[in-house]
Design a protein around this ligand. Structure first.
Ligand code: SAM
Ligand code: SF4
Length: 441
């Protein structure tokens, strides 16, 4: 028997990339590759890149540069670049980095087997098309790499919103939803493998409008309600959403569907209407606040999360104060804060930037407020009983950790036989990033 070829995958960026990396590893698994934990042990290295972060391309080139000595040591080592930087800079990567054998975009990785055949013949392969076919229909069914009780399931990809700062519509393409029967089937398979919680993924997940079995169009609420009927699936989450796609039936589902967890990531980006307009967000601060009120009316204990960009071109101190005001009014359980960075090819990249020191200062002030709110939300859990899905052993001997329905990390002393199970926990203390509790008797 020949020894299995070894694959090392490095994932940058969002959960959609984590999902894509798993699918690519499975596709290559069907070609005889097994995953390893270090680049040194690998016969093939795949870097699954993200274009959202600042200097994404520079980071990729420096990571590739660091692989050069390893490549010299192991001339047969194959190196591939996937994801959104591959999509945006494919030709350039091939030109600048002769050690790269393969470049594949986020929409074409189901073609990896064919590309690998070319690579094995000593050729270099590049595929960054936006093909008509659904890549998910062409991926191996067997999700052997799956471990643990939680899983991601991509339900839609791409975005038609064109926020003026964002590369997603260019790198991931137009919004496409996967057919509902296929998603229900995939969810059932995951549950058979021990998954208890599924997070539905999409760049704009609540824009989901997939075809049902009878050809009718399903929104995200319908999909959630049908998934909730799967026995053994206990928890459903979804991310990331756009405020303008929070339809009434989805809001209602938050109140009616017990399996839909009381946690929502709903980015607003700014609290200033002038900046929201310049960002092409097509909502106002006020309409967002009203929307939150409606969602909280349906599910009063909902913990809210968001994304914010500070230092967007033209942002004044007054605009920034409006963002702080919005944060104070809404009250977040967590949030991601980003300093604006120009993405070549996006409309905002043409505009004059805010002074860098000013943007840094705003970022720090916003982060301080968010941290305060995050702590307060966490501290308010002390004394409450929550349900925890235990995922792994804790850092201390005899400890196990998991997530509450509110997505807080919770650790308790308990037996490993509870891993993969949901149990009631009384929260005793709140640390910087997690809660400590005791299994309820
Ligand atoms: N679709 C989601 C939405 O509508 O908010 C977010 C998708 S994007 C992958 C994740 C976050 O990255 C955005 O919400 C935004 O806050 C941040 N982001 C995107 N482009 C950025 C840029 N050019 N500079 C700074 N942050 C950016
Ligand atoms: Fe990017 Fe989200 Fe705006 Fe789409 S809705 S363009 S993914 S920030």
């Amino acid at each position: 028997m020949t020894e299995a070829k070894k694959l090392y995958v490095k994932t940058y960026g969002c959960q959609m990339n984590v999902y894509d990396s798993e699918r690519m590893a499975e596709t290559l698994g069907a070609q005889g590759y097994v995953q390893v934990d270090t680049p040194e042990a690998a016969d093939m290295i795949l870097l699954n890149t993200c274009h959202i972060r600042e200097k994404a391309a520079e980071k990729l080139y420096s990571d590739l540069g660091r692989l050069k000595p390893l490549h010299e040591e192991k001339p047969d080592l194959k190196i591939g670049v996937a994801g959104c930087v591959a999509q945006a800079e494919g030709e350039e990567i091939m030109r600048r980095m002769p050690i790269v054998d393969l470049v594949v975009g986020p929409q074409t990785y189901h073609r990896l087997p064919r590309m690998m055949e070319a690579v094995d013949r000593g050729e270099r392969a590049l595929d960054t098309e936006f093909p008509e076919e659904d890549k998910f229909a062409h991926l191996p069914k067997d999700r052997r790499t799956r471990r643990g009780p939680t899983a991601f399931l991509t339900v839609q990809e791409g975005c038609d919103k064109f926020c003026s700062f964002c590369v997603v519509p260019y790198t991931r393409g137009a919004e496409v939803s996967r057919p509902a029967p296929r998603l229900l089937g995939e969810a059932r398979e995951l549950v058979e493998r021990g998954v208890r919680e599924i997070t539905l993924l999409g760049q704009n997940v609540n824009a989901y409008h997939g075809a049902g079995a009878d050809g009718s169009e399903w929104g995200l609420a319908r999909l959630v309600r049908e998934l909730a009927r799967i026995e053994g699936l206990d928890r459903i989450r979804y991310t990331t959403s756009h405020p303008n796609d929070m339809e009434d039936d989805l809001i209602a589902a938050h109140g009616e569907c017990d399996k839909l967890m009381p946690y929502l990531h709903l980015p607003v980006q700014s609290g200033s209407d002038r900046i929201l307009k310049a960002m092409n967000r097509k909502h106002t601060a006020e309409s967002y606040i009203r929307l939150i009120e409606r969602i909280r009316a349906a599910r009063p204990d909902l913990v809210l999360s968001g994304d914010f960009i500070v230092g967007f071109p033209g942002e004044t101190e007054a605009d920034f104060e409006a963002t702080l005001d919005l944060v104070r009014q809404v009250g977040y359980g967590s949030a991601y804060t980003f300093k604006y960075s120009a993405r070549p090819g996006t409309p905002a990249a043409e505009r004059a930037p805010v002074d860098a020191a000013e943007a840094d200062d705003r970022l720090q002030r916003l982060q301080a407020l968010i941290t305060e709110q995050q702590r307060a939300t966490q501290n308010a859990m002390v004394g409450r009983r929550v349900q925890v899905l235990f995922e792994k052993p804790g850092r201390m001997e005899g400890q196990i950790t998991g997530k509450s329905e509110y997505l807080h990390a919770v650790h308790v002393e308990g037996p490993e036989s509870l891993l993969g199970q949901i149990a009631a926990v009384d929260i005793l203390a709140s640390g910087p990033n997690s809660l400590a509790g005791r299994l309820a008797g």
